[in-house]
Design a protein around this ligand. Structure first.
Ligand code: PEP
Ligand code: MN
Length: 304
């Protein structure tokens, strides 16, 4: 039993007709149908709940190396950082910037030095090649979830993809976007390496003036009911407020999330991007310790 509606006309929710005819690759075929794949030696979609942690922006070579070592020490499984950033306004300054190709170089070196696979965002079709050379997983940001030519070209690399949910998009839109990538993986004759990431949706009520989004925890079981792909959450971007991140990490595990992402910075008030949402190294370690028993309570683990 799932919640797909029995409606042959396309609507806002997923229909049985969608599952059969528009989502043939990402739709679950039986109740225990679940995809697992490995990325950088880490299994995703299995018993382990991988933690993807790191700063919003790979700010400098030293900074990302310091982060990588701290993430590894605290038990993270992936190093995440942005280099090409979808920044909300076009003006750049010493305090608000991207590090682009330089950031990619620093990020790859830092990941190698710490022994962590790397996840970073790709925004431009013409940069897919260079981003792919420096990353183990490609991230599609919320703002590009429905950039279909980008999805197709990223899919053609055959690399693992983290597909963030568009902050105004339905579960149906999200699964259809995943199907674009799945189609390319299928054409390559390989398994689907797609990790769906809920990162907060637009809502009237977000409980704090600076919080732009609301974590849609309910979409975790809802998505898992319809797709075999692993589903994760990103409480940092969803809450936009660090004091709420820990409880939403724990709640995500309880809700069945297959992975978690969070933003960590050596000195959060000084973070170049999104300082209100990022956690310190100490806060991250504390969260890792709090997550262990919650994962154990549902028969999963955060320890590789
Ligand atoms: C990010 O992960 O740094 C990011 C920009 O996320 P989102 O696309 O969810 O805003
Ligand atoms: Mn960010």
């Amino acid at each position: 039993m799932n919640t797909a509606v029995d409606n042959k006309f396309p609507g806002k929710d997923v229909s049985l007709d969608d599952l059969e005819n528009r989502l043939p690759l990402v739709a679950k075929k039986s109740p225990d149908h679940k995809t697992t794949f490995t990325c950088g030696g880490v299994e995703i979609g299995g018993n382990l709940i991988p933690i993807l942690a790191g700063p919003n922006l790979a700010e400098t070579e030293d900074m990302i190396l310091e982060c990588a070592k701290a993430m590894k020490k605290a038990g993270a499984h992936f190093l995440r950082a942005g280099c090409f950033k979808p920044l909300t306004f076009p003006y750049r300054s010493p305090k608000f910037y991207e590090t682009r190709e330089n950031g990619l170089k620093w990020l790859k070196l830092a990941g190698e030095a710490a022994g962590l696979p790397v996840v970073t965002e790709v925004m431009h079709i013409e940069k897919i090649g260079i981003v792919a050379e420096h990353a183990d997983m490609l991230q599609i940001g919320t703002r590009n979830m429905q950039n279909y030519p980008l999805l197709t070209e990223v899919g053609k690399t055959g690399m693992p993809v983290m597909l963030k949910r568009g902050y105004g998009c339905s579960l149906r839109d999200w699964l259809m976007a995943a199907e674009y990538i799945a189609l390319e993986h299928d054409t390559l004759g390989q398994e689907q390496k797609i990790l769906l990431c809920e990162r907060g949706v637009v809502s009237n009520h977000t409980h704090r003036a600076t919080s732009r989004f609301l974590l849609d925890l309910q979409v975790v079981p809802a998505a898992q009911e319809l797709t075999h792909l692993p589903v994760m959450t990103d409480p940092s971007h969803a809450t936009f407020w660090q004091p709420w991140v820990k409880s939403m990490m724990l709640a995500s595990i309880a809700a069945g999330a297959d992975a978690l992402m969070l933003e960590v910075h050596p000195n959060p008030p000084e973070a170049a991007v999104d300082p209100l949402q990022c956690s310190s190294f100490e806060q991250f370690e504390d969260m890792m310790n709090a997550m262990r028993p919650v994962a154990a309570a549902i028969g999963r683990t955060i320890d590789a």
